[in-house]
Design a protein around this ligand. Structure first.
Ligand code: DX5
Ligand code: ZN
Length: 217
């Protein structure tokens, strides 16, 4: 079974981001949370920071846009070379067109949904995307508790991916630790974002390894 561990630098030391990112050699991708203080009540960074992080990261970047007007801003992140760009369904007007714009610019296209957003309207769009992100906390902050009630959405997505075929990754983000990762894996997730459980550990490398093992258990 495929397991990808994407540490989220939201929990890293922001004045030492280069050093923090360089510690993530054993990760699959580095998860970068872009927030605009509008779609979510928190503010992080924009394209310039993503571009610089990309230049120093040992693994590709997985950009998670928590910003309004995603149709307008998401393609720019693909243009600067992000490996994957995930935008929120709640923040986009034309989800399909934005996915196509991302793919045309060479990025994997991802669609995210908040805990309260149903996934059913998007299941038929599986072929338009390379990954889906089921938020397992309300987006905006690290360190919150995993919401198991979001798991039926993963099951529905897993079934839709099976039906449509294709290499579509299913991601969870929020409250992922060795205690919760197994639940998400069992429900169908294969890509796991973890912020506080990685950066809060004494050894980042060991934390990543333990998460991998717990997902497979
Ligand atoms: C939250 C972000 C997450 C965050 C997860 O809105 O999208 O990526 O960093 O943090 P933890 O793993 O601490 O819940
Ligand atoms: Zn995120």
């Amino acid at each position: 079974m495929t397991v990808r561990i994407n540490p989220s630098i939201l929990s890293a030391d922001f004045v030492n981001l280069q050093r923090e990112v360089e510690r993530l050699e054993t990760a699959d991708l580095v998860h970068v949370d872009v927030m605009d203080n509008h779609f979510v009540p928190n503010l992080t960074f924009g394209p310039r920071m993503v571009e610089r992080l990309q230049a120093v990261s040992p693994v590709p970047l997985d950009v998670h846009l928590m910003i309004s007007d995603a149709d307008r801003w998401a393609p720019g992140y693909a243009e600067l070379g992000a490996f994957s760009v995930t935008f929120h369904a709640e923040a986009a007007t034309d989800v399909r067109a934005t996915a196509r714009a991302l793919r045309e610019r060479g990025a994997r296209a991802g669609l995210a949904v908040k805990p309260g957003t149903p996934i059913e309207p998007y299941l038929e769009l599986v072929p338009e995307f390379d990954q889906f992100l089921v938020m397992t906390v309300e987006p905006g902050f690290g360190g919150q508790s995993f919401m198991p009630e979001t798991m039926p959405k993963l099951r529905a997505l897993r079934e839709a991916v099976r039906r449509h075929g294709g290499d579509v990754w299913l991601q969870v983000d929020g409250g992922i630790s060795v205690d919760t990762i197994g639940v998400a894996a069992e429900a169908g997730a294969d890509t796991f974002v973890a912020g506080s459980s990685v950066f809060g550990a004494d050894s980042v490398e060991r934390a990543i390894e333990e998460l991998r093992a717990a997902a497979r258990a």
